[in-house]
Design a protein around this ligand. Structure first.
Ligand SMILES: CC(C)(COP(=O)(O)OP(=O)(O)OC[C@H]1O[C@@H](n2cnc3c(N)ncnc32)[C@H](O)[C@@H]1OP(=O)(O)O)[C@@H](O)C(=O)NCCC(=O)NCCS
Length: 181
């Protein structure tokens, strides 16, 4: 089983026993404010998400990992690589953690480990991230991880009747290695 370890956390695939904790995080409207879907309404959505996120050889286009804080293994959130394109060796990066843990540098720490894995082990060449330009926390994390803003797509999403723009960020393997990380 894939497991990545950072200073404070371990990243590994979610299991059905995480459904309650995952639901608590992603049913919070503040956590979902800039997401591309509504806050979860029922625990079934957490169960379905976990089932669909199981690592599968038939479906290598995504890698979803729970973020567990050591030593108690509390689930803080999740991070993922999705839309993995094996031919062009690129993927999109996503992340979300519980409000109680914002501002602790957690996503910066685990994002670093996931990106390192993506470039070194998965041999990806490019990682992209799409965020709401108002999501200043995400923009700061991405910039700190070495991403640059590459594009801006107005009115790209309509979620619950609310229209929002997208800022597109990118990071190349060559930029990552040149930065000496
Ligand atoms: C955005 C998010 C991923 C940032 O992760 P984090 O682990 O809190 O990030 P950090 O602790 O490294 O903080 C990075 C910076 O963003 C700021 N920040 C973190 N969360 C913030 C928030 N919700 N609003 C405004 N600023 C925020 C931090 O204060 C810090 O600022 P600084 O660099 O000036 O000190 C996290 O807040 C989150 O999960 N939000 C909800 C889900 C979400 O929006 N995911 C991204 C969808 S693309």
């Amino acid at each position: 089983m894939l497991e990545l370890t950072t200073q404070r956390c371990v990243l590994r695939p979610l299991t059905l026993s995480d459904a309650g904790a995952l639901f608590d995080i992603f049913s919070d409207p503040d956590v979902m404010r800039y997401w591309d879907s509504s806050p979860w309404q029922t625990i079934e959505e957490a169960n379905d998400y976990i089932q669909a996120s199981k690592p599968s050889l038939d479906e290598p286009e995504k890698l979803v990992l729970g973020i567990y804080e050591q030593p108690g293994q509390q689930l803080l959130g999740k991070c993922m690589l999705f839309n993995i394109d094996q031919y062009s060796r690129r993927a999109e990066l996503g992340f979300g953690i519980a409000k109680a843990h914002w501002g602790r540098g957690i996503v910066n720490e685990v994002g670093f480990a996931l990106i390192q894995f993506a470039f070194q082990e998965m041999q990806l060449n490019r990682i992209e991230a799409e965020i709401d330009p108002d999501n200043t926390g995400s923009a700061k994390v991405l910039t700190r991880l070495g991403f640059s803003q590459e594009g801006y797509l107005p009115e790209r999403w309509i979620v619950d009747g609310r229209m929002s723009d997208s800022a597109i960020y990118g990071l190349l393997a060559s930029q990552w290695s040149q930065s000496g990380r």
